[in-house]
Design a protein around this ligand. Structure first.
Ligand code: R5P
Length: 261
């Protein structure tokens, strides 16, 4: 377990830059992931881990890929449904081990119609994963009607940790230090919908300041027209203590480099 965790959270810094590309498991071929290999491959050298579902891993990645994998193992819904919380475990732990995953990930929907089902999914997954030393990352997915505030995200994160999640992924919000304070396992933040690079870098910096161990950004990296510059700048915040302003300066200079090419 510790060995797998140390593949995805750098033991020297205690921080991590995960790249999330698991979205198609319920959203299909979204912008940036239509031809995922082209988008993802240049980003891998700057990611500490890749969060991905089995199909894309199998069909678009190389077996020789060195980036540790966090395998998305829950699903069963599509974006067409009003209620996204009706998820079950879709990929076995045995398959995750066969694919040499360093962790598995699922979503929990606290406060949603299938709250209990998703929390039992988490509990059962942890029970099975403990037998093999496989870390479980719980995503505190937010139903369309749920508020993204510290009270709600703090509640969902703490419940996920209490049920045995080894890492919690949640959204950044005002008062985020309260979410981290109340969660006894490492917390990473999702990026959410694409926002301007400057705001996204600031959110990363603020989350780290509030105690997050890192990021699990998706759209704010792979939907950026300068995705490599973006992940490198986020990495500078997470792994090299850059401020948001310094990271923006780096982003602009890397963007410039690309234009010169
Ligand atoms: C849900 O689609 C997935 O768990 C994503 O990995 C997660 O939402 C993070 O991606 P983004 O930064 O695009 O929100």
């Amino acid at each position: 377990m510790k060995n797998r965790l140390s593949r995805i959270i750098n033991p020297k810094t205690g921080h991590t830059v995960m790249l999330a590309v698991d979205h198609p498991y319920f959203q299909g071929a979204i912008e940036g992931l239509v031809s995922p290999r082209e988008t993802i491959w240049p980003l891998l050298p700057y990611a500490d881990a890749l969060m991905i579902a089995r199909g894309m891993l199998r069909n678009t990645m190389d077996a020789g890929m060195e980036t540790p994998v966090i395998l998305r193992v829950s699903g069963g819904i599509s974006i067409l449904k009003e209620d996204l919380s009706d998820e079950e475990i879709t990929t076995s732990v045995r398959e995750a081990i066969r694919l040499n995953a360093s962790a598995v990930a699922l979503s929990v929907y606290v406060g949603s119609p299938h709250e209990k089902q998703t929390l039992v999914n988490l509990s059962n997954l942890v029970n099975e994963c403990e037998e093999y030393g496989m870390p479980v990352l719980a995503v505190t997915a937010v139903g369309r009607e749920m508020a993204r505030d510290a009270r709600y995200l703090g509640l969902a994160s703490r419940i996920a940790a209490e049920l045995g999640a080894h890492i919690v992924k949640t959204y950044y919000c005002e008062g985020f230090e309260k979410v981290v304070e109340g969660c006894p396992v490492p917390v990473v933040i999702a990026g959410g919908k694409k926002i301007p690079e400057q705001e996204s870098l600031k959110m990363a910096y603020d989350a780290l300041q509030a105690g997050a161990v890192g990021l699990d950004y998706g759209r704010n990296v792979f939907q950026s027209p300068d995705s490599v510059a973006m992940i490198r700048s986020l990495r500078a915040v997470v792994q090299e203590n850059y401020t948001a302003d310094e990271a923006l300066e780096l982003f602009n200079s890397l963007k410039g480099e690309k234009k010169k090419d």
